[in-house]
Design a protein around this ligand. Sequence first.
Ligand code: SAM
Length: 240
Amino acid sequence: MFSGPLHESILKRAQEKGLVEIRVHDLRDWTHDRHRVVDDVPYGGDAGMVLKPEPLFEAVDALRKAESEVLLLTPQGERFDHAMACRLAETSHLILLCGRYEGFDDRVRSVADREVSIGDFVLSGGELPALVVIDALVRLIPGALGDESSAMQDSFVGGVLDHPQYTRPPVYRGLRVPEVLLSGDHERIRRWRRKEALRRTLLRRPDLLKLAALNAEDQSLLSEIQAEHEGERDEQTERP
Ligand code: SAM
């Protein structure tokens, strides 16, 4: 499950450049029985199997360094977001514990520094959540992306969504690229992009704007956007 995503594209190049080292461990390496069993039936009787505590405790004992942060991936954890990604990207050594089956024996929580969920849904295992976390963190490491500025424009950086993007052709099936983007006027393009980023955020994720770092120009762009939308609403109500 890990080999594809870890050996393609940005994650592959970041490892080749020595920006990050990612190791995948098999929990079965910390079992002591002939069949290398990592799961067992739940106490109290119930459907499914539970990951035994011993392999997880021993794995963390073996892998933990003084500077490590241990993350337990669970749908019951704190929701992963850009702010958490930024905090975790500062950590020099992360251990991600992936569950399976019905999840971990609850005592495993005591070895974790943080419990992390990638969203309010349940996946079959922690491998995909771990890859989601890894990919989000590696993008934040300086030098991991081809163009450094592209990470700075991404959604959530600075608390707003990214502006709409277009590429050639200028007209496709009657759909036109906004004229300003073809103008070559860098200042107009910069202002348009910021305004559309703010518009997107206001319309789709107004909650983000409460925490966003907005300057005087942003406030004036937001006033323009609000006035435009109020104008549209008035026009609609006036139509018979
Ligand atoms: N019975 C558990 C529950 O309802 O909370 C779900 C277990 S899930 C089938 C198996 C494993 O997948 C979990 O232990 C966890 O590691 C991982 N997992 C599933 N959904 C996840 C999510 N949204 N975020 C993080 N990890 C998740």
